[in-house]
Design a protein around this ligand. Structure first.
Ligand code: SF4
Ligand code: F3S
Ligand code: FES
Length: 249
């Protein structure tokens, strides 16, 4: 059954912009991205919106819906009350390119600073690498990241302080560091980089990042806090740090 949906959509570019009101004919079962596409097809052909998979897996369609970051393709319209106006704005932490599209280059620049996976020599004579299942499970959680950057968007360290982007890589990158640092076969040491360049101490464990992650990655408890412990060990408890390196824990 169709109904009229009231939408407020931010329109503009790097120079400025504002919210525009629209009424769009939608049907039951649609998601926010469907409504945006309907709007684009019927009333605002030049509306800029980034999307790709429409299945919650590419991370492209993140935006703020009624002030909360969401994947538009995974947000059903029936989440909102009857007659409620849906307000859609671009992710606030990143510069606007146009309308709902932001420039997320910052995240990729920070990713380039992370030393790549560097596996050691295979332990066995047969040339195979082997890992314990518990180690596989631990890093597998981090590999679920779809780079939607919603965690980056809500982290107050960079959301409210533009200058901090120079000194803090943000929660998504902490998860990338965790994925590599906790890999039992990796031989690179990124702890000094985490401290000095990625600025892990800027995180004060507010856990807002964890709350919005669509992949339910426990960013703070399973990623950032263990990394903080490793960085502290490396600086103040060399024996503990050596033990971790030897046993890759
Ligand atoms: Fe998105 Fe979660 Fe990855 Fe952050 S960690 S970019 S919220 S999937
Ligand atoms: Fe930011 Fe997450 Fe830490 S929101 S302050 S990175 S716990
Ligand atoms: Fe891919 Fe929404 S379009 S996550």
């Amino acid at each position: 059954m169709g109904y009229e949906l009231a939408m407020r959509v931010w329109r503009g570019d790097a120079e400025g912009g504002g919210l525009e009101d629209f009424t769009v004919e939608v049907e039951e079962g649609m998601v926010v991205l469907d409504a945006v596409h309907r709007l684009q097809a019927t009333q605002a052909n030049d509306l800029a919106v980034r999307w790709n998979c429409k299945a919650g897996k590419c991370g492209s369609c993140s935006a703020e819906v009624n002030g909360k970051p969401r994947l538009m393709c995974m947000t059903r319209l029936n989440l909102f009350g009857p007659g409620e106006t849906i307000t859609i704005t671009p992710l606030r932490t990143f510069p606007v390119v146009r309308d709902l599209v932001t420039d997320v280059t910052y995240n990729y620049e920070k990713a380039e600073e992370v030393p790549t996976f560097a596996p050691g020599r295979p332990a066995g004579d047969d040339g195979h690498h082997r890992m314990f299942q518990e180690d596989v499970d631990r890093i597998q959680e981090f590999r679920k990241c779809i780079e939607c950057f919603m965690c980056q968007n809500v982290c107050h360290v960079i959301r409210d302080h533009e200058d901090n982007k120079q000194v803090f890589a943000g929660p998504r990158l902490m998860i990338r560091y965790a994925e590599l640092e906790m890999h039992p076969l990796d031989t690179n040491d990124r702890l000094e980089l985490l401290r000095a360049e990625a600025g892990i101490s800027y995180c004060n464990i507010t856990k807002c990042c964890t709350e919005v992650c669509p992949e339910h990655i426990k960013i703070t408890d399973n990623g950032i806090i263990p990394l903080k412990e490793r960085v502290v060990d490396a600086s103040y408890d060399p024996l503990a740090a050596l033990g971790r390196r030897l046993f890759r824990r």
